[in-house]
Design a protein around this ligand. Structure first.
Ligand SMILES: *Cc1c(COP(=O)(O)O)cnc(C)c1O
Length: 474
C-alpha cells in the first residue's frame, strides 16, 4: 500500500534531531537545515507517489542525504563560484576578486572593532575618509580625495554638490548607460543638474562646448568615459586637456567620470591602452571619479579625487552619509591602494592586475598543464588547447583584446549545454564560455585551487555520463 510506504518516511523533526544534522545548524541556520531536510523528505514522497517506488530512505539514509546536500550545494544564496570565462572583471560574477592578504585584512576588520571613525592620536571622533585619502592622493597625484559606496554614487555626489540647480554640458557621444541601471542623463537629472547635450553621437568638437560654455546657468563641462562600448569610423571627441582649457577660460568646472582607471601605467600590464586617474588629473580636471572594483582591483567603491576645496565641499554634502563606504570595503581599498604604490607588489597581490598582465604564453602554459591533467582522467573526456581572445570586462577597456588561451573540453556523447549546466550545478559552481560544441576553460581567471575543483567536476561529470547516471559528488 502506498500509504504504508509513505508512513515509513522519517519525520522532519526526527531527522533534524540526528546529532550530525543538529550539528550542521551551527554552521548554517536551523531554518536552512530544516529546509534541506524537508526537501529530502519531499523528494522521497514524490518518488513513491509519482514513480511508484517502494523503497524509501530510512532515518540514517535521510540524514546522510541531508548532509550530502548541505556539503555539495550549501544553502547560501550568495556563493563562491569558479570564473572560467576569461573575463577578468565579470560584472555578473562580482567584478574584482581580492588577494589573500587583502581578504585576510578584511576578515580581521570584520571580526573586531576598528578605529573606523576614531582618531587614535586625539582620542576623539575621527573621519572614515582619512584612512585612504593620503594613498588615493599618492596614487593619482591629487590634492584631496574622498571615497563613497560606488562610482555611480561618486558621480551623483560630485554633480549634486558642485552643479545642482545649474547646467552641465556633456557630449552626445558620452551619454552612456552602464550595467543597465546607471544612465548618465538620469543620474544628472536626479542630482538636480540640467543636462545640456553637445555635439553628435559620433563627433563632438571643441566648438560644440565653446558654443554653450558661456551660458549663464552653465557650471561644468563633464566628460564621461565610454566604458562599455566603442564607436568606430568617423569619430571625434574632445580630449580632457582641451575640455579643461575651454571650461577654465569660461570659469566653469571640468569634471571627469573616468569609470575605470588603471592604477599602473598600461605598459606595466602589457596593455596597448588604458588610462590612469593620474593622467586625467594631470590634464587639469577639477574633480574626477572612478570605481574601486574595476581596473583598480579593490573593493566596491567610488573614489573622488581633485581640488581640495571641491573635495571638502563634497565631503560636507548631507547625501554623503547615504552613499558612505562601509568598513570592509574601506579595509580592502586601503590595502589595495597601498599595494599600488609599488608596481611589482601590485602585480603580485592584486589578482585583477595579475590576470590582465597574463600573456598568451602563460595562458597557453597553464592551459596545457590543465589539459594534461584531464587527459585520460575519465572515460569520454577530451580536451585541446586553443587560442582565445579574453576580455577585461566590467565596462573597463572596451575593444581591448587580451590574447589568451583556453582548454576546450568535451564529454563524448554529451550535449555541450548539458555539460555547461552540470558544471554550473557543481558544488562550487563553475561558469564557462561555450564555443563550437565545447566548454572553454580559460586559465586567465582561475584562482588558486580552482583547477582542482574543475578537474573533480569534469571527471565526475564524465564518469557519471559514461555510467548513464547523474554526477555524483564524491
Ligand atoms: C562603471 C562606471 C560607472 C559606475 O560605477 P560603479 O562602480 O559600478 O557604481 C559610472 N560611470 C562610468 C563611466 C563607468 O564606467
Amino acid at each position: 500500500m502506498v500509504s504504508d510506504v509513505l508512513r515509513q518516511i522519517p519525520k522532519t523533526d526526527v531527522v533534524l534531531a540526528l546529532p550530525e544534522v543538529a550539528a550542521a545548524c551551527d554552521r548554517y541556520t536551523r531554518a536552512q537545515v530544516r529546509g534541506v531536510v524537508q526537501a529530502v523528505l519531499d523528494d522521497a514522497r514524490e518518488s513513491v507517489l509519482k514513480r511508484g517506488r517502494t523503497d524509501v530512505p530510512n532515518l540514517d539514509e535521510a540524514g546522510a542525504e541531508v548532509l550530502r546536500r548541505l556539503r555539495d550545494q550549501g544553502v547560501w544564496s550568495l556563493r563562491r563560484v569558479v570564473n572560467a570565462t576569461g573575463v577578468v572583471l565579470h560584472t555578473n560574477l562580482g567584478r574584482a576578486p581580492l588577494g589573500d592578504e587583502v581578504a585576510a585584512h578584511v576578515a580581521e576588520i570584520a571580526r573586531g572593532y576598528s578605529n573606523l571613525e576614531y582618531d587614535l592620536e586625539a582620542g576623539a571622533r575621527g573621519s572614515r575618509f582619512t584612512h585612504v585619502e593620503r594613498l588615493a592622493c599618492e596614487l593619482t597625484g591629487a590634492e584631496a580625495a574622498m571615497v563613497v559606496n560606488n562610482n555611480a554614487g561618486a558621480v551623483f555626489l560630485m554633480l549634486n554638490t558642485l552643479c545642482a540647480g545649474s547646467e552641465v554640458a556633456v557630449s552626445r557621444g558620452e551619454l552612456v548607460e552602464i550595467g543597465g541601471s546607471f544612465r548618465v542623463p538620469e543620474v544628472m537629472a536626479r542630482s538636480g543638474t540640467s543636462l545640456v547635450e553637445v555635439g553628435t553621437t559620433n563627433k563632438t568638437h571643441a566648438f560644440d562646448y565653446r558654443e554653450v560654455v558661456g551660458r549663464e546657468q552653465m557650471s561644468a563641462l563633464l566628460k564621461v568615459h565610454t566604458s562599455n562600448f566603442r564607436v568606430t569610423g568617423f569619430v571625434e571627441e574632445v580630449e580632457p586637456t582641451e575640455l579643461v582649457s575651454i571650461a577654465h577660460e569660461a570659469g566653469v568646472y571640468a569634471l571627469y567620470d573616468i569609470g575605470s582607471a588603471l592604477p599602473l601605467p598600461a605598459e606595466a600590464l602589457g596593455l596597448t591602452e588604458g588610462h590612469t586617474a593620474r593622467s586625467a588629473l594631470r590634464d587639469g580636471v577639477d574633480v574626477a571619479c572612478f570605481s574601486g572594483d574595476k581596473l583598480l582591483g579593490g573593493a566596491q567603491a567610488g573614489i573622488l579625487v581633485g581640488r581640495r576645496d571641491l573635495i571638502e565641499r563634497i565631503k560636507k554634502n548631507q547625501l554623503a552619509r547615504i552613499l558612505r563606504i562601509d568598513k570592509l570595503s574601506l579595509a580592502a581599498l586601503e590595502m589595495t591602494l597601498a599595494y599600488c604604490v609599488d608596481q611589482r607588489t601590485a602585480l603580485e597581490r592584486i589578482p585583477t592586475l595579475g590576470m590582465l598582465a597574463m600573456t598568451r604564453k602563460e595562458c597557453r602554459q597553464r592551459a596545457t598543464a590543465l589539459a594534461r591533467r584531464l587527459a585520460g582522467a575519465a572515460p569520454g573526456l577530451s580536451s585541446e588547447v586553443l587560442d582565445t581572445v579574453d576580455e577585461a570586462g566590467g565596462g573597463s577597456l572596451p575593444g581591448v583584446e587580451l590574447p589568451g588561451a583556453a582548454v576546450s573540453v568535451r564529454v563524448r556523447g554529451m550535449e555541450v549545454s548539458d555539460l555547461e549546466r552540470a558544471l554550473r550545478a557543481w558544488r562550487t559552481p563553475i561558469i564557462c564560455r561555450v564555443h563550437e560544441g565545447a566548454v572553454l576553460v580559460s586559465p586567465r581567471t582561475l584562482l588558486a585551487g580552482d583547477e582542482d575543483v574543475l578537474l573533480e567536476a569534469l571527471v565526475s561529470t564524465a564518469r557519471a555520463h559514461a555510467a548513464g547516471g547523474e554526477a555524483t559528488h564524491s
